[in-house]
Design a protein around this ligand. Structure first.
Ligand SMILES: *Cc1c(COP(=O)(O)O)cnc(C)c1O
Length: 485
């Protein structure tokens, strides 16, 4: 029979599997530098003492203060808020990935570079490009990186001062014109036609010898596929410009077609959108950029390359735009995206776009009788409704968005794209069930009825969230970012 004292001994025995962590295969780094004496404490620091339950409650409470894909449906159009599979997190925590340092000699971290190299190759195939850089930390930084390459290309060809204009459709995400400005270009807006696609006549009018390039999202931010894309690319190419693909909507075409096939020269992808890595409160993200062969000399350095069986960093690209981010991009995010691509496989990735598109069209059809639908053709992975009917009877779209929160959902993107009055942009993504889509549709239908029958309920929403209705003007004018009880 086990004695009481034996029991204690058993539990505290070292080496028991329940308490031991897996061993790291990373060479340990010895702390050889001694700290200067005057920097070493004489007394131990006075650190707060808290019990495990206090600590647990603190962090658990913090974890519930925000809304995310792990606690509910998040139909935020354009952002692709899909579920982040937890296997990605497991893999990102392997000691061989999590416990390495970017300053380690490259021979000691060959496995990490193998992963980055293979991720580059996978993204190359997925985007139809000839080379990829993993450096940019977000889509917007990818845009800027791509535009700097566009500029370097025109400079090399003697058109630095003549090709000053970047064409951007009026349905574009705000980062497109912003990135073009930041890269030193002038922005020319191209209007959309009544189908919600780029007007070719307008495009032809604007394209000329001063065109540096065109930036385009396809499907565009209305969720509509630009079916004239090949012709558009030709028009711009014939005028000597380049064509840039904003890959934020890749979820709609994964495994079906590629920006390369559509004629694009430069592409950015948003790994935190299409490839299921966390959006995490503004970062870190990853916005790899792909280019066609003729632009490879301009890619950021160092380039991760394979020479014989070794992965190496190559900086020998004299025409490179230089480094755009420290180290090699957001490594942990890239590990997650790699895990996602490898667990899904080619078939799985194709299924993503099929389901994302079916889900969006299903939801759009259910909601069409209740909200104005400016574009009624089949959408891709997202669609845009208008709250114009509700606005006419006194309830603007912002109130509808706030009322949605009462039902435990995040609100759709509102007032974007700018070309749709009272826009509500909904992207369900492929990771939601039919039950979730039905329940969300029921809520939007109920709200449409409330607007007609009991508008004050919608006008005073939200009613159930911990933060009641904000005074938005005051919040903008007297910004207090400090937490107060
Ligand atoms: C999200 C988004 C961007 C910007 O990407 P970030 O990763 O947020 O910087 C650009 N274009 C479109 C269409 C987007 O949806």
């Amino acid at each position: 029979m086990t004695e009481y004292n034996d029991l204690i001994f058993e539990i505290s025995q070292p080496g028991r599997t329940a308490f031991s962590l897996p061993e790291s295969d990373v060479p340990s780094v010895e702390l050889t530098t001694k700290f200067p004496k005057q920097l070493i404490r004489e007394e131990p620091a006075e650190l707060p003492e808290v019990s495990e339950p206090q600590l647990m409650r603190h962090y658990t409470s913090l974890s519930t203060k925000n809304f995310g894909v792990d606690n509910g449906f998040y139909p935020l159009g354009s952002c692709t808020m899909k579920y982040n599979p937890k296997i990605n997190e497991d893999v990102a925590r392997y000691a061989g990935f999590a416990a390495i340092h970017p300053f380690q000699p490259i021979e000691t971290v060959q496995g990490a570079f193998e992963l980055l190299y293979e991720l580059q190759e996978d993204l190359q195939v997925i985007s139809g490009m000839d080379a990829i850089t993993l450096q940019p930390a977000a889509g917007a930084q990818g845009e800027w990186t791509g535009l700097m390459m566009m500029k370097a290309y025109h400079t090399k060809n003697g058109h630095r001062t003549s090709r000053t204009k970047v064409l951007v459709p009026d349905s574009a995400h705000g980062t497109n014109p912003a990135s073009a400005h930041a890269a030193g270009f002038d922005v020319v807006e191209i209007p959309s036609n009544s189908n919600g696609t780029v007007d070719l006549v307008e495009l032809k009018k604007q394209v000329g010898e001063d065109t540096a390039g065109l930036m385009l999202t396809n499907p565009n931010t209305l969720g509509i596929f630009e079916k004239d894309i090949v012709e558009m690319a030709e028009i711009v190419h014939q005028a000597g410009g380049l064509v840039y693909y904003d890959g934020a909507n890749l979820n709609a075409i994964l495994g079906q077609t590629t920006p390369g096939m559509m004629g694009f020269d430069i592409v950015h992808l948003n790994l935190h959108k299409s490839f299921s890595t966390p959006h995490g409160g503004g970062g870190p993200g990853s916005g790899p950029v792909g280019v066609k062969e003729f632009l490879i000399p301009y890619l950021p350095v160092p380039r991760i390359e394979k020479q014989k069986d070794q992965y190496v960093l190559n900086t020998d690209y004299p025409d490179s735009i230089g480094r755009v981010k420290g180290y090699y991009g957001n490594f942990g995010v890239n590990v997650r995206a790699y895990t996602y691509i490898r667990t899904m496989g080619p078939k799985g990735l194709r299924q993503v776009s099929e389901s994302a598109v079916v889900h969006a069209n299903y939801l759009r059809k259910k909601l069409e009788p209740y909200y104005a639908t400016p574009y009624t053709q089949y959408s891709k992975h997202e669609f845009v409704l208008s709250g114009s009917r509700q606005k006419k009877i006194g309830v603007p779209t912002m109130n509808i968005a706030k009322r949605i929160l009462d039902f435990g959902y995040y609100a759709p993107t509102v007032y974007f794209p700018l070309i749709v009055d009272e826009a509500m942009m909904i992207e369900p993504t492929e990771t939601e069930t039919k039950e979730t889509l039905d329940a969300f549709a029921d809520v939007l239908i109920q709200i449409a009825k409330e607007v007609e029958e009991t508008p004050e309920v919608v006008l005073n929403a939200p009613h159930t969230t911990s933060v009641r209705r904000l005074d938005e003007v005051k919040a903008a004018r007297q910004l207090i970012v400090k937490y107060t009880k």
